[in-house]
Design a protein around this ligand. Structure first.
Ligand code: TMP
Length: 197
């Protein structure tokens, strides 16, 4: 099963994902954790450019996210799914539609089509959206990267973009409030995953 975790900055998705992985392993399941950008060694190099590079246009940014995704799917996600593991991915294709589409203004259908090429048609079985207002999320972040540093209006479009994407495909998405204790967020995520297993 392929599960992706999405949400605005500071939503707590990475912490929740780690807790879910730990619990599933304790239940005896094989779990592979990855993230985008940044899966594997190549991904780590691309992540560094994306989060800390300078003079990056939105098209360059888009292609770098897609390049990282293509590599992550081919080298980590697909082999893990083929071996029967549960794959948990911290951000994936929906982040491109939301950040580069809803927030940066690139055409949504073009991004969906590019995503489909990058993932070779793979779609998550479940996408958990940890929803949170940008004011609360950004206040949780200690050192801001290139995207965190965008104005608040950008982050408001990101939040709304995720909610719009979730409404398009309600069967795939599960929305959880990030405005609660990390243990509560993790418990809700675990329930959403185990209900689908
Ligand atoms: P993270 O720090 O939550 O892992 O995400 C890295 C940043 O990259 C975050 O600001 C969201 C952004 N991002 C995009 O803009 N497009 C994408 O396709 C992905 C995967 C992330």
């Amino acid at each position: 099963m392929f599960v992706t975790f999405e949400g605005p900055e500071g939503s707590g998705k990475s912490t929740a994902m780690r807790a879910v992985a730990k619990e599933l392993r304790a239940q005896g399941r094989e779990v592979v954790e990855t993230r985008e950008p940044g899966g594997g060694k190549t991904g780590a190099a691309v992540r560094e450019i994306l989060l800390h590079g300078e003079d990056i246009s939105r098209l360059t940014e888009t292609f770098l996210f897609l390049a990282d995704r293509s590599n992550n799917v081919k080298s980590i996600i697909k082999p893990a799914l083929e071996s029967g593991a549960v794959v948990l991915c911290d951000r994936h294709a929906d982040s491109t539609v939301v950040y580069q589409g809803h927030a940066r203004g690139m055409d949504l259908d073009t991004l969906r089509s590019l995503n489909s090429t990058a993932t070779d048609g793979l779609k998550p079985d479940l996408t958990i959206l940890i929803d949170l207002s940008p004011e609360v999320g950004l206040a949780r972040i200690e050192s801001k990267d290139r995207l965190d540093a965008e104005p608040i209006e950008f982050h408001q479009m990101v939040r709304q973009g995720f909610l719009d994407e979730a409404a398009r495909e309600p069967g795939r998405w599960h929305i959880i409030s990030g405005d609660q204790e990390p243990e509560e967020v993790a418990a809700e995520c675990l329930k959403a995953v185990t209900d689908r297993l």
